[in-house]
Design a protein around this ligand. Sequence first.
Ligand SMILES: [Zn+2]
Length: 92
Amino acid sequence: MASPALKSGETLEDRCGLVTQVTNRKYPKLKEVDDVLGGAAAWENVDSTAESCPKCEHPRAYFMQLQTRSADEPMTTFYKCCNAQCGHRWRD
Ligand SMILES: [Zn+2]
């Protein structure tokens, strides 16, 4: 009497409609962000929020909060545009 168990896990596709295809393109001005975050792979499992992209005005962006310096300093919020064609990254 075993019934097949279907797992319904939320994926990035559900959240943003597109899966960002990670490329090797690097934007020099974002090197600092990449250094902090450990590269594009760090964005694969993060949540998205209603933050509009300053570049393409897409209404949603992935976000991460990190301690960039010492524990005494406030968290820095990093964003990445949910538009796979844009992929713009910025920080607070
Ligand atoms: Zn964008």
